[in-house]
Structures are given as C-alpha cells and as structure tokens.
Design a binder for this molecule. Sequence first.
Ligand code: PLP
Length: 361
Amino acid sequence: MIPIAKPIIGEDEVRAVTEVLRSGVIAEGQKVKDFEAAFSQYSGTEFAIAVNSGTAALHAALLAHGIGPGDEVITTPFSFVATANSVQFTGAKPVFADIKEDTFNIDPESIIEKITPKTKAIIPVHLYGQSADMKAIMDIAEDKNLVVIEDACQAHGATFEGKSVGSFGEGTFSFYPTKNMTTSEGGMITTNDKNVAEKARMIRSHGSKQRYLHEMLGFNLRMTDICAAIGLVQLGKIGDFNRSRINNAHYLTRDLQKINGLVLPHVDKRCGHVFHQYTVRIRGDLSRDEVVSSLNKMDIGTGIYYPLPIHKQPYYKELGYNDSLPIAEAASKEVLSLPVHPSLNKLDLETICGKMRKIMN
Ligand SMILES: *Cc1c(COP(=O)(O)O)cnc(C)c1O
C-alpha cells in the first residue's frame, strides 16, 4: 500500500528525544524556547509561542485578541473542523464565507458579503499548502479594522508574494504527524505583536506571567521539551521535505495532464505552494467514490479533505447553520487527494499515475 501520509522520523529525532528524557527536564523548558526562537526565524516573525496543538494555537490566538461572546469571525467551511471550533470555544460565532473554485481557499468577495458590525476577525486557511489571497484579505482587514488569524496548519514554509504565511496576520501552525513537519502533537503561534505574544503566553499557562500569580483565565496549552526536541530536528529538514513534496507534485501534474474528468491542482502565480496535499477533482463519468475505491483496491492510499463542509456537520446543523455555500459544497463531493509526501520514490509516483490513468480511461 502506498499510504496517503507518512511521517519521517529519523535516528536524529530519536537521539534528540532520548537526550531530553535523560536530562530530567521533560515538560516545558529550554528546548521549547529554542524551538520558538528557531520557528520565529523560519517564519520571519518577531515572536513564536509554542503550544500543544494547532487547535490550541487557533484558540489562544483568538483569545489573545480578546475575541469572545458577541463577536463574529469569518472563516471557510472547507477546512478541518478545528478552524471553526476554535471560534466556538471562545463564545464568538463562526460565520462561513464561500471558497474559490480553483484554489479551494476562502473567497475575498464572499468575505466582504459576510461582514457585519459584529465582525472582529477573519481566519483564512492556507488549504493543502497553498496560501489564501493574502493581498485581498489584508486589504479588507485594514479597511474594516479586522484581526487576521491565518490557519497555516497545512502550510509550513508556504509563501504569498515571497512572504511566509503566518507573517501577514497572526500565524497558527500544527505539528500533527501528517503535517509537513511534526512534533507528534504540537502547535505554534507566530506574531509581530508584542502584546499578542505576551497574552498568548499567559493563556498557554493559566493566565500567569509570574508563577502562582494569575492575572486572567488561561489553560494548560504548553508544549513539552520532548516535543520541542523533535520539532527542532524536523525544522532542520522542512526545506528538504517541502522540496520533495513540490517535486512530487510536479511529477504528478506532468504525468496526469489531459485526462478527461480529472482537474489537476491550480497554483496561483503569487503563491509558493508546499503541497501538504495534492488534491484533484473528479468530474467525469466515474464518481469520486468509484475512483477512490478502485485506487484503494490497487493499494494506493487516498484522502478526502473534506467530505462534509463544516456548516453541514451535525454539530453545526444543530446550532442552526443552514447556509448555502455552493462552491464549498460541490468541492466536498469532488475532491480527492493523492499521495505526494516525501517518502514516495519514483516507482511509487509512476505507480500512482499509471493506476490513475487506467481507472480514468
Ligand atoms: C491539522 C489542522 C488543524 C488542527 O491542528 P491540530 O494540531 O490537529 O490541533 C487546524 N486547521 C487545519 C486546517 C488543519 O489541517
């Protein structure tokens, strides 16, 4: 089976973890500080705050901006549910804008339509490793005085007009094993705003700057030194990992040209796409689900991100959401992700393309 994702953990990660375990300092310590310093440099931001998941990063970034009950936050329904749930945690209301047909990212024109006097923030998601239209989004945010929290959980190293994602507004990253780099579980907030950084650090650790002095309500969102040690090693490899993903994507795109009913990924010229996923649309005689089942029978792993848009999830329907977001809804029925991860070799890529051609012809 060629899997849809495969984390690459080497002997150097094993050594780094062992070193932390032997040191006796296994919760948040110097390794977390070192990882934060390295990550802020990597993302071109002044501050980075490590937390224990991408979800925690989104949650803390919203709280650090004081977002809560009575506020609205505009985001995309075509994402992992954590994006909207983080808004829900704060007591604010997620409001869904539709997406662009070609990139699957939030549509700035739809954002404008959803703005009300209650709107406080926008959460664009850089889906599949490609930046949302940060030019248009930052223009809207400036014009309407809105906070921008980028969900870059799938986009470590991606750029828009040469600038790193996570450095336009506040950035939020995940280090879950299937992401472009991992710490096992983990997350990071990036920001250039000193106050936001300080608030996020307090929220991470029960609202305290000074031990046993609690100035606000916080949580335990801390990363461990064990995770940070893995992250430091992985950060040294992310450039190679991403180059390999990009090369694999180029191979797939070269080989899968001009197949009826197969729409290949669209790369916006302004974007440095890091191909967290290589996602096609199935629009021919075969249904997406038929293609999936054939590929799986031929030992090729596939992913569907995401089969149900967030506003159609049972939990959100129960909350009363019944928006019509036709582009997101159509995408959820047609998308199919093929393996693109750095563990693939040339034979794997040939196999994927060969089987895909066979099925689609
Ligand atoms: C993975 C992911 C998250 C959540 O990250 P966790 O580390 O799993 O909490 C949020 N948003 C998007 C788009 C993701 O892909």
